[in-house]
Design a binder for this molecule. Sequence first.
Ligand code: GRF
Length: 223
Amino acid sequence: MSRRIRVGVLASGGGTNLQAILDASKASRIDAEVVVIISDREGAGCLDRARSHGIDAVHIKVPKTGTDAWRAANEQIVAVLRDHQVELVAMAGYMRMISPSLLRAFPGAVMNIHPALLPSFPGTHGQGDANAHGVKLAGATVHFADEEFDRGPIIIQGVVPVLGDDTDDALAARILTVEHRIYPQAIQWFSQGRLRIEGRRVLLDGEPVSGTESLIWPPIEWQ
Ligand code: GRF
């Protein structure tokens, strides 16, 4: 058994991505253990999930982005993460901006998941924006966070087809199934020390991975 890195999760919602990480950890699919969950929303489902797994669940009120109180709240978040000797911060459905000081506290060790194929459709309605635009392929992205929302170097992406009659909820649910697979994989590569950031690129094992099969949707009707 390889050493398990200590992960701190920031989440605002129901926490299905957190659950996927917890399940992967429990199944020893990832050499990582979640040691604390922090949420800006007191009644968030992610905190209940933490408590039901015996993991520290901390609510921290996060005031308006950019204010002194917001910076102070982020310092509180850093203090809780440091108290738990966190080595990787995973934002999983965390709907707030993190401060530059939090990023500096965990250089190259803050990840985020976004339910769209970045850089397309950033922001808080990625699934619906993609659906409204009429894309044929949608998906999710795990990336290293930087000072901007949804902009940091991309680690892994997953693609799903968009069906003609998809509601936003149907598409979001399909994207979520991909999120639950790619986030644990990104964390495992990090725990194995196999990710290297070179400018905008994140290399796995130092080299571009193999595999050249294409993804085409709707399917081509001839070979
Ligand atoms: C997910 O699609 C996530 O990408 C987005 O919020 C949705 C719910 O996430 N930020 P979760 O179920 O709370 O993990």
